[in-house]
Design a binder for this molecule. Structure first.
Ligand code: GLN
Ligand code: ZN
Length: 473
């Protein structure tokens, strides 16, 4: 029998006594067994000892693929009677050292213990708050957040990281990108603008780097899909926000235009699902800690003048447990953590969320429970199926059904987008329809983005025209 007793999905060293006492019990009933990881080792990076930039106290308790193999050998030796007490003692003392080192924050812990149900809720229900939110034309147009990450933008970040340019120089250069981006959106007559996310490498990394309790590897690559590799960060202590994370760029962008600029945040569920997490407290608690940090950010963005804030949750769906009987538990805390981050927003503030390639049919009640004023979804590749899932489920809030596929370099024509939008109109009341691409534009080039956005706005204009003719205006 093979016992997958070493967790292959996480990057933490085993707690030897716990596993050994389990093995002792198993040994009573099963005579022969092999000790192995719980899954293939493809889900963890290669070797933790290469992470020289991490504090030693932390590095010592990490277990990547190499370390897991050593653990398996250690367990096998121990259970077959070899004296491994010295090695085990060493592990225990490193774990104690780590325990003393890792950040614990009593303020966050007590906030979590004393959460009240109304902190998860907006002050007014959706039907009452819409009237108070920013008036926009029918078929409002917007984008999902990022604009082209050109070689120039990437170069900037590299130079800053290497110390070749100062923070002030870096920020000035980022601001120049923001200014171009705002101008482009104004020229195209987009209704709700974004600052373009030029300062962000990756939507989780950007926030993780600013939150205490998050750590990053240099070499911790793991396969995401196909030939795409990512370096997931990991949570190793209580999460706290030490200062505003997105306000500077938001403020600058908003100062350049009369049109509303959306504040852009990565939601707690996506932060959790795209990171390795702690094993000493639940994922729910960790998601709530992140939600509390984001909640402060929402309040700061509002104070800085944001009327619209988007909290992205592209990873909500993919975090569903394999076994369906565990879905409700996951969806319950994940939706609640989103609500905890957004619940502080005033009724006047419009909260958006964005989900990429998701299916909603079977989780529609949970999507509704997110209570986001506007939900933008992928739609252009799924032939409107995602939209039908929402409309069949009677979704009551506003929807931006992605009108063009950001993963294709093709410039969509106004007619193509119109025909997609008409499907929306046939299925949803006009007041519920937004017009936007199906995801962020960071992988595209400006030459593709500019005409695409113009065509998209033209499609919205055609529909507005038709609507006013129908009303006899
Ligand atoms: N706001 C992010 C962006 O535009 C959303 C990315 C995503 O959905 N994966 O890039
Ligand atoms: Zn997306």
């Amino acid at each position: 029998m093979g016992l997958g007793i070493v967790d292959a999905r996480n990057i933490w060293q085993i707690r030897p006594e716990e596993i050994i006492s389990k093995l002792e019990v198993i040994k009573e009933v099963v005579k022969e067994f092999t000790i192995q990881p719980s899954a293939s080792l493809q889900f963890v990076p290669y070797d933790a000892t290469r992470e020289k930039n991490l504090p030693e106290a932390l590095r010592n308790v990490l277990s990547f693929a190499e370390q897991k193999l050593q653990e398996i050998v250690l367990l096998a030796k121990t259970i077959s009677g070899v004296d491994t007490s010295q090695e085990i003692q060493l592990i225990k003392s490193k774990q104690q050292e780590f325990y003393n080192f890792s950040p614990r924050n009593s303020e966050v812990q007590s906030k979590l213990k004393n959460l009240k149900t109304d902190e998860f809720e907006r002050a007014l229900p959706y039907s009452k708050r819409i009237a108070r939110q920013l008036p926009l034309p029918p078929f409002p147009t917007t984008t999902i957040g990022s604009f082209p990450q050109t070689p120039e933008v990437r170069q900037l970040r590299v130079k800053f990281k290497k110390g070749e340019i100062s923070l002030a120089e870096y920020q000035t250069a980022i601001d120049a990108q923001i200014a171009d981006c705002i101008k482009m959106q104004e020229d195209a007559e987009v209704d709700v603008l974004v600052h373009g996310e030029f300062e962000r490498t990756d939507m989780v990394e950007f926030f993780g780097q600013q939150l205490s309790g998050y750590a990053f590897t240099e070499h911790g690559w793991v396969q995401s899909y196909g030939s795409r590799y990512v370096r997931p960060p990991f949570i190793y202590g209580d999460i706290t926000r030490t200062q505003p994370m997105t306000v500077r760029e938001f403020k600058y962008a908003q100062s350049l235009t009369e049109k509303p600029v959306k504040g852009m945040l990565t939601g707690p569920v996506t932060m959790i699902n795209w990171s390795y997490t702690r094993t000493d407290i639940s994922r729910q608690e960790q998601a709530y800690q992140i939600a509390l940090a984001l909640r402060d950010e929402v309040a700061d963005l509002e104070a800085a003048g944001a009327k619209i804030i988007q909290i992205d949750e592209p990873a909500l769906r993919e975090g569903l447990p394999l076994k369906q009987e565990r879905w409700n538990e996951y969806l319950s805390w994940s939706v609640d953590s989103f609500k905890l981050s957004a619940g502080i927003a005033k009724s006047e503030t419009q909260i958006h969320t964005h989900m990429c390639y998701s299916e909603f049919g079977d989780i529609i009640t949970h999507i509704e429970r997110l209570d986001a004023d506007v939900l933008s979804i992928e739609n252009s590749r799924s032939n409107n199926e995602t939209l039908y899932e929402l409309t069949d489920g009677g979704y009551s809030k506003q929807v931006g059904n992605g009108v063009y596929d950001v993963h294709s370099p093709a410039v969509p024509t106004t007619e193509q987008m119109l025909s997609q939008l008409r499907t929306g109109i046939a299925n949803l009341p006009v007041e519920q329809i937004w017009v936007n691409p199906d995801c962020g534009l960071k992988t595209r080039r400006w030459e593709e983005v500019i005409p695409s956005i113009k065509n998209m706005v033209d499609a919205a204009k055609v529909l507005r025209e038709e609507a006013s003719v129908n009303k006899g205006e």
